[in-house]
Ligand binder design. Structure first.
Ligand SMILES: [Zn+2]
Length: 212
């Protein structure tokens, strides 16, 4: 019977000190937290595997709220407020999910359809996904003038090697006007560069930078 206690004890020790931190490190690595993955793995060698693994697990737990450079902005009379940017999923199914509120700041009803949004990361552009993202929010709605805010969502299917922590994601939102993303100058609808500061324009889209 003493032997059984020994075996169970040894098994728990191996699980807590080696298997758990190795798994936590692998998981952190998959989600783009290379620093925490390294800490979990290194902690195995100094006999603090359980603590290192737990730290990595807690610090890489979902949902990962991200900072947004520009929390609130207006496009065509609609006021948008970014609530959080969440990275979810593993392997080839990694999603960048933007949760936001929208309210109508104009005097006429406004249609919002986030399925027409785009996400640009570096030179790549991503379309919104229709996958069930696990949030009960709308992706399109009609807003009447007034202050009540609709809770909305847009998610993009982004390969995990592209979506790393600290990545800048440029949201492209269809608009009727041609406003400069750098200085805010109104340009002619077909202009490719800002008449005031020379920044490249994306006619037909407003550009919003988020850091995930
Ligand atoms: Zn400009």
């Amino acid at each position: 019977m003493d032997n059984l206690g020994c075996i169970v004890g040894a098994l728990l020790y191996v699980l807590a000190s080696f298997v758990f931190p190795a798994w936590a490190g692998w998981r952190a690595s998959q989600r783009g937290f290379q620093g925490w993955a390294l800490i979990a793995w290194l902690s195995i060698f100094i006999g603090a595997g359980a603590i290192g693994g737990l730290l990595a697990l807690l610090n890489t737990a979902e949902p990962q709220a991200a900072k947004a450079k520009q929390q609130e902005f207006d496009v065509d009379g609609v006021h948008y407020r970014i609530e959080s940017v969440v990275s979810r999923g593993e392997g080839q199914n990694k999603y960048l999910i933007v949760l936001f509120g929208a309210s109508n700041a104009s005097t006429s009803p406004q249609q919002i359809d986030s399925s027409r949004w785009r996400a640009r990361i570096g030179a790549s552009e991503f379309l919104p996904t229709r996958a069930n993202l696990g949030f009960s929010r709308a992706d399109h709605t009609t807003l009447n003038p007034g202050l009540s805010e609709s809770q909305m969502i847009v998610g993009f299917n982004v390969p995990p090697d592209i979506l790393q922590k600290g990545t800048t994601v440029r949201l492209l939102i269809p608009q009727n006007t041609n406003t400069c993303p750098s200085c805010g100058t109104e340009n002619r609808p077909q202009s490719k560069f800002c008449a005031r500061c020379g920044s490249a324009l994306r006619p037909g889209y407003a550009s919003i930078d988020l850091v995930v």
